[in-house]
Design a protein around this ligand. Structure first.
Ligand code: NAP
Ligand code: GLV
Length: 311
């Protein structure tokens, strides 16, 4: 019978155990126990924030699954045994939450609802025409599972939508930009910038003073990818100069966002605590089990990470 090692320190295994029992009753669920000298032989491992160097000596591993979509932290902590694929989490429920988050904040910035919240505190009644949706230029960085779905949803609302990715992506209603060469023209046409990039050697500190300076005056930023993509000091400067009018940040260089960090109380920064999307054990186990069944019936796994590329 196949065995799955659950190696997610700090994550309650209960819901995961129940999820796997429901979707693959024949799978033996083996929670890793801290301090255990040797890991038992397991066919699969489900991991999140594992201890550094973990998995190196697990015998018989066939595939490693990430509990989250982003694998930057995992790749920093573990070196996978040769030939063992790492699979990132792709789950329609995860995508749906991210789409809601992006749509919510794009509309929030387009309509400048923060202004009315401020005016309410002054008992001020004033109406401002927000501008036409079809003329509001939204730009999504990263057009993968999450960015692609977000771009489709934003385009369906009627926004002038573009996306930027490493390779060209064809999405109806979404203008495609790709590669470093097209980044300046993508940024120059973007009023509301949404970042859904993974953190890799190619994206780290990509949103720096230079990139932010290419946005039109008064642009808005939503970062729900990874904090390391953004140079936080450069965003603070851009907010100060007015280049960026407001930002919504869900991810940070250091999480939890440290006490006293300037983002906490910045009047034009909305902080959310890495909740743009959240992994749900029941739907995620269904997605992982579908992939295990694929492997067990001799088919190729889907959503395998290219470790060299970093995503
Ligand atoms: P994905 O399907 O792998 O898509 C990644 C996208 O980024 C692809 O379009 C890729 O381009 C593009 N990209 C990667 N490196 C690039 C580079 N150097 N230049 C330009 N484009 C680049 O990933 P996903 O499932 O959509 O997830 C994206 C990220 O969202 C995750 O890595 C994670 O960090 C973050 N996330 C955040 C939350 C949250 O709650 N805040 C939740 C889940 C995930 P190609 O299309 O050309 O490959
Ligand atoms: C969360 O950020 C994830 O990567 O799933």
């Amino acid at each position: 019978l196949p065995r799955l090692l659950f190696l997610c320190p700090g994550v309650d295994p209960g819901r995961w155990r129940r999820g796997f029992a429901r979707h693959m009753p024949e799978l033996e669920f083996v929670p890793a126990t801290a301090g255990e000298a040797e890991t038992p032989p397991c066919d699969y491992a489900l991991v999140w924030r594992p201890p550094a160097g973990a998995l190196q000596d697990v015998p018989d591993l066939r595939a490693v699954f990430s509990l989250g979509a982003g694998v930057d932290d995992l790749l920093r902590r573990v070196r996978l045994p040769a030939g063992v694929p790492l699979v990132r989490l792709v789950d329609p429920a995860l995508t749906e939450l991210m789409v809601e988050y992006v749509v919510h904040w794009v509309i929030h910035h387009h309509r400048d609802f923060a202004r009315y919240a401020a005016w309410q505190r002054e008992e001020r009644w004033r109406q401002v025409w927000p501008g036409q949706t079809s003329e509001r230029r939204v730009g999504i960085m990263g057009l993968g599972e999450l960015g692609g779905a977000a771009a489709r949803a934003v385009a369906a609302l009627g926004f002038d939508t573009a996306g930027w990715s490493r390779t060209p992506r064809r999405i109806p209603g979404v203008r495609s930009f790709h590669g470093p060469g097209e980044l300046p023209s993508f940024l120059a046409r973007t009023d509301i910038l949404v970042c859904l990039l993974p953190l890799t050697a190619g994206t780290e500190r990509l949103l720096d003073a230079r990139a932010l300076g290419l946005l039109p005056e008064g642009a808005r930023l939503v970062n729900a990818g990874r904090g390391g993509v953004l140079v936080e000091e450069d965003l603070l400067d851009a907010l100060e100069s007015g280049r960026i009018a407001a930002a919504t940040l869900d991810v940070f260089r250091e999480e939890p966002l440290p006490p006293g960090h300037p983002f906490w109380r910045h009047p034009r920064v909305q902080v959310t605590p890495h909740v743009a999307s959240l992994t749900n054990a029941d739907t995620a186990t269904a997605a992982i089990v579908a992939n295990i069944r694929r492997l067990e019936s001799g088919e190729a796994l889907t959503h395998v990470v290219d470790v060299e590329r970093g995503y």
